[in-house]
Design a protein around this ligand. Structure first.
Ligand code: HEM
Ligand code: NAG
Ligand code: NAG
Length: 321
C-alpha cells in the first residue's frame, strides 16, 4: 500500500506537546529552527525506499524497537564494530535496513550537515513507515542524541523473547516504562515483515502447539521441517498482505494464526485478551494506541542536551574509534 502523506490519517490527539522522560525532555518539532526540513527529508527518503522495496517499512520499525529497548533510543543498534565497540549490538541479532538508514541519513546531511541525530532519524523513519505501510501518521518528538557505545551483552536482559508468556512480556515492557496497553498495541507490528522457521518450529514439533490453529500449523509444518531449514524466511502475517501494517494482527491472534508464543499468549490473560479483541474490532482506535506507544517507546532512556553526540554517519561514532 503506497499511501501519500496527504492521504494518510493524521492522529493528533495523542500526547501533550512535551514528553517528559527519566533522562531528559524530547520535543515535538525539535528541529523547527535548527533544520526545518529535517522531518521532510526523512519522510521523502523513507517513502522512496519503501516504495522501491515494500518490506523495508517493517525493517525500520523493528530497528527502532531494538534500538530503544537495548540501552535506550540512542542509535546504538546502528554502530559497526570498532576498537572501542568490538561486540556491537548488531552482531547479536540479524536485522534488516542498515544500508537504507544510511541512505536516509545521507539525505538529511545533504540538507543540514551535523544537526540531526541518527536516533531521531530512526524514530522519524519508523513513524513514516507507519504512514507508508499503514496509512496513518502522527507527531513524533525529537531531541535524542547518539550514544558512543554498543554492546551485544546488553541484549538478553533487555529484549523480550518469542517464547515468553504474557506476564513476563508485561514485566519486560514494564522494565522499560511501557504498559500492557503499549505491549498489546506495539505487538501489532507483527502484522507485517518477516520471520524465520527457527522461531516457529518449537511450536510445530514434536506436536502442534494447541493454541495454534490446526490447519495453519499443518501448513507451517510443510514449510518448516522438523530439522534443518531454521533460516527459511516466512511472513509474520500469512493471512493478508505481509507488507501492510494493520490491525489484522489481532484478528490473526484470535484465529490462532500468529507465529510466536509471545503473540498467542496475549489472548491467555483476560485483560490483554480484551485489548486484543478491541484492537481487532476498532482499527482507528488501534492506530491511535500504536501511535501513542511508538512515542512512549521513543522516550526510553534517551540521551538529550549535550549528552552523547550527533553522528556524522550512523554506523560509526565521530571519533571513529
Ligand atoms: C513483544 C515482544 C516481541 C517479541 C518476542 C518479538 C520477536 C520477534 C521475532 C522473533 C521476530 C522474527 C525475527 C526473525 O526471524 O528474523 C520479530 C520480527 C519483527 N518484529 Fe517483533 N517482537 C516483539 C515485539 C515487537 C515490537 C514492540 C515491534 C515494533 C513495534 C516489533 C516489530 C517487529 C517487526 C516489524 C518484525 C519483522 C522484521 C522484518 O521484517 O525484518 N516486534 N519479532
Ligand atoms: C520532498 O519531496 C517533495 C516532493 O517531491 C519536494 O518538493 C521537497 O523539496 C522534498 N524535500 C526535501 C527536504 O527533500
Ligand atoms: C558499517 O558497515 C556496513 C556493512 O559492512 C557498511 O556498509 C557501512 O559503510 C559501515 N559504516 C561505517 C560508518 O563504517
Amino acid at each position: 500500500m503506497a499511501t501519500s502523506a496527504c492521504q494518510a490519517l493524521l492522529l493528533m490527539a495523542l500526547a501533550a506537546a512535551v514528553l517528559s522522560t527519566a533522562s531528559g525532555t524530547l520535543k515535538y518539532d525539535f528541529y523547527s529552527l535548527s533544520c526545518p526540513k529535517a522531518e521532510e527529508a526523512v519522510r521523502n527518503a523513507t517513502m522512496k525506499i519503501i516504495s522501491d522495496k515494500p518490506s523495508m517499512g517493517a525493517a525500520f520499525v523493528r530497528l527502532y524497537f531494538h534500538d530503544c529497548f537495548v540501552k535506550g533510543c540512542d542509535a546504538s543498534i546502528l554502530l559497526n564494530q570498532s576498537n572501542s565497540n568490538p561486540q556491537p549490538e548488531k552482531l547479536g541479532i540479524p536485522l534488516r535496513g542498515y544500508d537504507e538508514v544510511n541512505t536516509i541519513k545521507a539525505a538529511v546531511e545533504a540538507v543540514c550537515p551535523g544537526v540531526v541525530s541518527c536516533a531521531d532519524i530512526l524514530a522519524f523513519a519508523a513513524r513514516d513507515s507507519a504512514m507508508v505501510s499503514g496509512g496513518f501518521t502522527f507527531p513524533m518528538p525529537g531531541g535524542r542524541r547518539d550514544g558512543l557505545t554498543s554492546d551485544l551483552s546488553d541484549i538478553p536482559a533487555s529484549l523480550p523473547g518469542p517464547n515468553m508468556q504474557v506476564q513476563d512480556l508485561i514485566k519486560s515492557f514494564g522494565a522499560k516504562g511501557l504498559s500492557a496497553v503499549d505491549l498489546v498495541a506495539l505487538s501489532g507490528a507483527h502484522s507485517f515483515g518477516e520471520t524465520h522457521c527457527s522461531f516457529v518450529t518449537p511450536r510445530l514439533y514434536p506436536t502442534l502447539d494447541k493454541t495454534m490453529d490446526r490447519a495453519f500449523g499443518v501448513a507451517l509444518q510443510t514449510v518448516c521441517p522438523r530439522r534443518g531449514g531454521g533460516g527459511t524466511p516466512l511472513d509474520n502475517n500469512r493471512v493478508t498482505d505481509p507488507n501492510v501494517l494493520s490491525n489484522q494482527y489481532y484478528k490473526n491472534v484470535i484465529a490462532g494464526q500468529v507465529m510466536f508464543t509471545s503473540d498467542q499468549t496475549l489472548r491467555s490473560d483476560a485483560s490483554t485478551a480484551k485489548m486484543v479483541q478491541d484492537n481487532a474490532d476498532n482499527p482507528v482506535a488501534w492506530m491511535a494506541r500504536f501511535a501513542a506507544a511508538m512515542v512512549n517507546m521513543g522516550g526510553i532512556e534517551v540521551l538529550t542536551g549535550t549528552q552523547g553526540e550527533i553522528r556524522k554517519v550512523c554506523g560509526a561514532t565521530n571519533s571513529g574509534s
